[in-house]
Design a binder for this molecule. Structure first.
Ligand code: SAM
Length: 290
């Protein structure tokens, strides 16, 4: 089949789509169904124009030869939908059950380490930071009111494969639609700043929350993860839906290895534990490390 359609629009053959899909799977573990072809074509078109390329075949060669372009290509096809306090029962469980437990078990070190893996544009790690701060303030009502983490060393690592989403996450500026309705005004005032002038209708995450979140690029497909310290909690929600069973098992094994003995893992609402014997369910899509 020719690579150029009659009207000179570049054509994505099924064979080429399969080559891209295999490359994406090998690189990131993301399985693209055949239905994703139209999406791929529309998203890659802009890249072809920007690079002055006339066919998807040339683009494929470019992606394979140049890792920077691989990342840009992944930015184009990844699904990054997210929201503050998405699946709010997880944040309630964090606030009401897990942080109070960690306050007891980590009372010597006063350290809490959390990883948001597949953090997209940052709403998830910032929601975690808000929930930890709220839980600690509740536990330590007499702590210095100017210290939102009550003397605890809280660190949240937020990682994603996509560089675009990480850049946006770091800015910490969002439209109001990213927040759930009906949040109490004083809760909003404690954690967010209302945008004015050019930022009217937007809000910014307060600096004290940004200070505990560190963003970095990490591909969950990597054979090893670069951590020396274990995490108390890992959130990996709505990420594994794009992975097949071998990739899911790889990621779950790596989470198990990087969680503390009493650590917990949060998955998305449609993600199950895939018969993995490494974790035990303790709540709605919340698992304890075995
Ligand atoms: C739908 S978002 C989920 C965001 C957030 N966790 C939530 O539940 O709201 C999925 C994220 O997973 C990331 N992702 C996909 N494959 C990945 C991989 N191999 N390594 C790291 N992140 C990946 C995507 O870039 C995307 O930002």
């Amino acid at each position: 089949m020719s690579e150029t359609a009659v009207n000179d629009t570049p054509l994505m053959t099924d064979e080429l789509f399969q080559l891209f899909a295999k490359f994406i799977y090998d690189f990131a573990g993301i399985r693209l169904s055949d239905q994703k072809k139209t999406l791929m074509v529309s998203r890659f078109q802009k890249r072809l124009r920007a690079l002055g390329l006339s066919s998807y075949q040339e683009y494929y060669k470019r992606v394979k030869a140049d890792e920077d372009e691989t990342i840009i290509m992944l930015n184009c096809i990844s699904t990054n939908t997210t929201k503050f306090f998405r699946e709010n029962h997880h944040f309630e469980y964090l606030r009401d059950t897990l942080i109070p437990r960690l306050v007891e078990s980590r009372c010597q070190q006063r350290e809490i380490r959390i990883w948001s893996a597949g953090c997209s544009t940052g709403e998830e790690p910032y929601s975690i930071a808000v929930s930890v701060s709220e839980a600690l303030r509740e536990r330590f009502p007499n702590a210095d009111p100017d210290d939102p983490f009550c003397g605890w060393d809280v660190k949240i690592l937020a990682s994603d494969i996509s560089t675009n989403v990480l850049a946006s996450a770091q800015r910490g500026i969002y439209s109001m639609e990213q927040l759930p309705d009906r949040l109490a005004p004083d809760f909003l005032r404690r954690h967010f700043l209302k945008g004015t002038e050019a930022l009217t209708g937007a809000f910014a995450v307060k600096d004290f929350l940004k200070q505990v979140v560190r963003f970095r690029r990490l591909n969950l497909k990597d054979a090893t993860y670069p951590f020396t310290k274990k995490f108390d909690l890992i959130f990996c929600r709505n990420v594994m839906i794009y992975f097949d069973d071998p990739m899911k098992n790889h990621v779950l094994n790596m989470f198990h290895r990087n969680l503390s003995d009493d650590g917990h893992l949060f998955l998305g609402h449609s993600e199950t534990m895939f018969n993995n014997a490494l974790f035990k369910p303790v709540g709605i899509t919340v698992y304890r490390r075995l």
